[in-house]
Design a protein around this ligand. Structure first.
Ligand SMILES: C[S@@+](CC[C@H](N)C(=O)[O-])C[C@H]1O[C@@H](n2cnc3c(N)ncnc32)[C@H](O)[C@@H]1O
Length: 339
């Protein structure tokens, strides 16, 4: 999935540092800002016990599926004759909340999705909600389907990367038919877990071997930049969201991250590091980040010895919406916790 700050290209770099640590097989690796779950999935494959957390619902659906779930759910109670994903893909689209607000249906100006794809999203999301409400699917099955829908949307959304704005002309990928696929679930024989919480509230509740921190490092809030995925994951069934502006943003006041607010970020990190119950803390940060590197090192060193690793990284520049790449420095700080 295209996601700002996604670590897919840095997995080997992170692995090289983590695998030097003297921890036992199956040690607990806690990815507490999990986003796409790319890091957690990597360490799950390597045989670690992975805990995964993000405070956004769509990211939680990915963690429930990619990290916590070991086998493709059976969806027995639905009693379908065909495969669940085929069944959803074959449903006939129907205009609903998404079509009316986020596709050019009836002259609407917003074009996050083609009308056809938006109608499919509406009908699929409504079916999932109805199945959940009538207890025909379990919570694991529910999140499995939400995750599949989120992944499918990200492949046909008419955006450059984030959802803060839609493209004024149609990207080729947005004109393809939306197609759900089965999730990449696998069993690594460990008790992997997914959480949806504020990292600072959760961190002190779990004793882990390695705590991996990949907090937002700039002022762009994930809740607004990925509001569309969050809207689909949370649904619009209990209360229709009051959407506003050109983008059709939904309110996100209660989902703002302190890590994206310059006057709060350093204090939030200090609080997190202070409360952590981990043998090692590994922090990813970028040299464009709002916490200056010396401040960051000072915060980490309140708990022990810090080692620094640096790598140049070509990053996709969504901010310019021109698809250009810029070179940034990705820092990894390894803290061996003493105090
Ligand atoms: C840089 S991204 C992580 C990217 C991830 N490592 C990946 O590879 O996809 C930061 C994530 O932290 C989440 N986040 C921000 N503030 C948070 C908080 N206070 N508690 C929990 N999650 C938070 C965001 O929703 C976002 O998904």
């Amino acid at each position: 999935m295209r996601y700002y700050g996604c670590k897919t290209k840095l997995l080997d770099y992170i692995e090289d540092v983590v695998t030097t640590l003297p921890v036992k097989k199956g040690a607990i690796f806690f990815d507490i800002f999990s986003g796409t779950t790319a890091v957690g999935q990597h360490f799950k494959k390597l045989g670690y016990t992975v805990y995964s957390n993000d405070f956004l619902e769509f990211a939680y659906s990915l963690a429930r599926t990619n990290i916590e779930t070991a086998k493709i759910p059976k969806f027995k109670k639905l009693g379908l004759s065909d495969d669940i994903i085929d069944h959803l893909n074959k449903l006939k689209g129907k205009a609903g909340f998404i079509t009316k607000n986020y596709s050019p249906f009836n002259g609407n100006k917003r074009q996050y999705l083609s009308v056809e794809n938006a109608k499919k999203v509406d009908v699929i999301r409504e079916n999932i909600e109805n199945w959940k409400n009538s207890k025909l699917i379990s919570e694991t099955e529910y999140y499995y389907l939400i995750a599949s829908l989120i992944n499918a949307i990200s492949l046909v959304a008419n955006v450059t990367g984030t959802y803060a704005a839609f493209l004024k002309s149609w990207d080729r990928r947005a004109l393809k038919n939306i197609t759900l696929e089965h999730g990449e679930v696998f069993d690594n024989k460990k008790e992997n877990r997914a959480f949806r919480a504020d990292a600072n509230d959760l961190v002190g509740m779990h004793k882990v071997d390695i705590l991996y921190l990949d907090p937002p490092y700039n002022a762009r809030q994930f809740a607004s930049n990925y509001f569309f995925l969050e809207l689909v994951a949370e649904g619009w069934f209990r209360k229709i969201p009051e959407i506003y502006g050109n983008a059709g943003m939904r309110p996100y006041e209660d989902q703002k991250s302190d890590y994206s607010i310059s006057r709060k970020a350093a204090d939030a990190l200090l609080d997190l590091v202070t409360k952590a119950k981990a043998k090692y803390i590994l922090l990813s940060y970028n040299d464009e980040g709002i916490i200056p590197i010396p401040v960051l090192k000072k915060i980490l060193s309140t708990r022990g010895e810090v080692k620094e690793y640096t790598k140049e990284h070509k990053r996709y520049r969504a901010i310019n919406q021109d698809g250009s790449k810029i070179i940034t420095k990705e820092h990894l700080f390894l803290l061996t916790v003493k105090k």
